[in-house]
Design a protein around this ligand. Structure first.
Ligand code: ATP
Ligand code: MG
Length: 651
């Protein structure tokens, strides 16, 4: 099979990014990386001492044994994550903007300083305390992207309650399952959310969900759209009113390093959502360090991660990482296409945003609408452009780099997972020469390895295998809520001594890492194993292809055949000629073996709410086994499934 990376371009870090960056050359990264592996205890221990404000210093850096499921960091230490994100900045950054909120309407802006943040978080924490929420209690947060959502997360951290943020686009049923699984004692919500002029009901689905959740004692509601919604006293509490009755001071709970900070259910691309559990010190340290070095964060920057707080990206890079570093973090309530496809860049211009972090799905969605929407705005403030969530096709990477970044910005394609807590494989601005489509190299202290099916490490370069992590790191998940056995079975038991990621990966001739897709999605054509990402990228390199999703389906001769779902750009027709061209694109980029047996042109694809393609469903449709589609509660638009089933019949 042709190696896509061997023909790919190498981009040196733009001068503007290298100047004054933390790691101004690849050599400086390599030196620090080597140090972090030589003596991990010394590396992580000294980082934790310097970066975290401790109430009581830890006595042991780590106690980990992956084979037995034991992971603990900074043992004996006492800290509070909210104190580290808020209180400790007050003396030096009290008047600095902590949260820069942009609402659904462009220009609807709120700026919250660290001092204001402290007061609001204290008030909210007092409301929770006075309503019986104690250290260790679980609190569900089902909120739109408004500052109160961050206040709520931080207030939980302050009093030692464990938050479980559920994306505010999920159904009542999905919310109910997650509340029940975590046995939440309270829910924090709003009347409604707003996204692109549409209102999203929140209180109503909460009411519906909570009917079947006897553990929930209170529902705290923020009035956001001020529309009339049902309100059941004394269970329901108007959060804004209640906060007015509370002192803007609330002492912090002293937490153990290993006390749980939050639960977060994974996005559900592959099956039943898992309640991933993260603890306090290790998570905080790793979120801070990655935020600083991966985005080359500096004091006067305006940092924008446009992910929803319902995902891990929103936890680590809207809330905890930036605030722990004392940054100004942007919180964005709307969508990338409201009022038009220029919204992101309009915000970049108005707020002088320096780092911008989004997902390939958003990049593809706006790229297909044309470059004019980008060029209309001044993007000269930008230094670093980030991508996360899926492999980014080289086509989209180039668009991001050239059109959005005008060749002046470093692209950081960051590979990580809910379970890893923070970014694991990524370029560092200033240090890393990038290749479009490759997440490049591991972050400090991270040891990625490629394993074969027997669990042997595959040495050398120019090889592919199962991506695993060989040594523990501070922010790795500790367990799955209520099911430690499932945690072990999923990540640790398959190959004792390794954390198994579930993703396939290639290390190219130069040692660059390329995520090839989920292992469950790997296609085996006549004994050749193929990652979905490569075939999809080949299809997307055709000028008429906006997006592609590829799955395997049973094939009499080859074992598995390749089935491609393709979304076309405006102005292209689904005729035989175009289908032929698409096939040809794959033939020239990868080889005849990867040419799709079937191509189905579609206006949409089944995606999770975080924008990831659900290949699990596409596989069933391709093989016409649509009787049992499994859990589709995390799907953004279930109607597309029916459409595809119909179209498949017609092939
Ligand atoms: P579930 O585990 O419930 O199926 P999920 O894996 O989609 O859901 P997340 O933890 O949000 O939930 O996503 C992590 C996954 O996203 C990774 O395992 C990988 O497959 C993909 N991913 C994230 N970032 C990148 C990236 N930069 N390049 C390639 N793939 C990525
Ligand atoms: Mg996953």
């Amino acid at each position: 099979m042709a190696d896509r990376s061997s023909v790919s371009q190498l981009f040196a870090p733009p001068a503007r990014v290298s100047d004054g960056s933390f790691y101004p050359s690849h050599g400086s990264y390599e030196k620090m990386y080597a140090q972090s592996l030589e003596n991990p205890e010394a590396f992580w221990g000294s980082q934790a001492e310097v970066q975290i404000d401790w109430f009581h210093q830890f006595t042991q850096v780590s106690d980990c044994d992956l084979a037995s499921g034991m992971v603990a960091w900074f043992l004996g230490g006492k800290l509070n994550v909210c104190h580290n994100c808020v209180d400790r900045h007050l003396s030096i950054r009290g008047d600095k903007v902590a949260i820069l909120w942009e609402g659904d309407e462009p220009g609807d802006v709120r700026k919250i300083t660290y001092r204001e943040l402290h007061r609001e978080v204290c008030r909210l924490a007092n409301v929770l305390r006075h309503n019986g929420i104690r250290k260790g209690d679980r609190v569900a947060i089902y909120m739109p992207m408004i500052p109160e959502a961050a206040f709520a997360m931080l207030a939980c951290a302050r009093i030692g309650a464990v938050h479980s943020v559920v994306f505010a686009g999920f159904s009542a049923e999905a919310l109910r399952d997650r509340i029940q699984d975590a046995r939440c004692k309270a829910v924090i919500t709003a009347d409604e959310g707003r996204r692109g002029k549409k209102t999203i009901p929140l209180k109503r689905p909460v009411d519906e969900a909570v009917m079947a959740c006897p553990t929930v004692e209170h529902v705290f509601m923020v009035r956001h759209t001020e529309s009339k919604v049902p309100f059941y006293e004394p269970r329901d509490i108007d959060l804004g009113e209640a906060m007015k009755n509370e002192r803007p001071y609330c002492p912090v709970e002293h937490m153990d390093s290993e006390d749980t900070l939050f639960l977060l259910y994974t996005s559900g691309s592959t099956g039943k959502p898992k309640g991933i559990s993260h603890t306090s010190a290790g998570y905080l340290l790793y979120a801070m360090l990655t935020h600083r070095y991966v985005f080359d964060y500096r004091e006067d920057d305006v940092f924008a991660c446009v992910a929803d707080i319902g995902w891990i990206t929103g936890h680590s890079y809207v809330v905890y990482g930036p605030l722990a570093n004392g940054a100004t973090t942007v919180m964005f309530e709307s969508i990338p296409t409201y009022p038009d496809a220029g919204r992101y860049w309009d915000m970049v211009e108005r707020h002088r945003i320096t780092q911008f972090y989004t997902a390939p799905t958003a990049i593809r969605a706006i790229a297909r609408l044309g470059d004019e929407f980008v060029k209309r705005y001044d993007r000269s403030s930008l230094r670093v452009l980030g991508s996360v969530g899926e492999p980014i096709n080289p086509e989209s990477w180039n668009w991001y780099y050239n059109v959005v970044g005008e060749g002046r910005c470093n692209i950081v394609d960051t590979w990580w997972q809910t379970e890893t807590g923070g970014i694991m494989i990524t370029p560092l601005p200033g240090a890393t020469h990038t290749k479009p489509g490759s997440a490049t190299f591991p972050f400090f202290g991270i040891v990625p390895v490629l394993l074969d099916d027997q669990g042997n490490e595959i040495e050398g370069n120019g090889v592919s295998g199962l991506l695993a992590i060989k040594s523990p790191w501070p922010s790795m998940a500790r367990t799955i809520q209520g099911d430690h056995r499932r945690f072990a079975q999923t990540y640790l038991d398959p190959f004792p001594g390794y954390y198994l990621t579930g993703d396939g990966c290639r290390r190219d001739e130069d040692g660059y890492y390329w995520i090839t897709g989920r292992v469950d999605d790997v296609i085996n054509v006549s004994g050749h194993r193929m990652g979905t990402a490569e075939v999809e990228s080949a299809l997307v390199s055709h000028p008429g292809c906006a997006e592609a999703a590829v799955v395997g389906f049973p094939h009499e001769i080859k074992g598995q055949g390749i089935f491609a779902y393709v979304i076309l750009k405006e102005g292209f027709d689904a005729d035989a000629e175009l289908i032929g061209e698409l096939r040809n694109e794959v033939r020239t980029h990868i080889g005849p073996i990867a040419v799709p047996d079937q191509i189905l042109i579609t206006p949409g694809l089944p995606k999770t709410r975080s924008g990831k393609i659900m290949r699990r469903i596409l596989r069933k449709i391709a093989s016409q086994e649509t009787g049992e589609l499994g859990d589709i509660s995390t799907l953004a638009d279930p109607s597309v499934v029916e459409l595809l089933i119909e179209k498949r019949k017609g092939l």
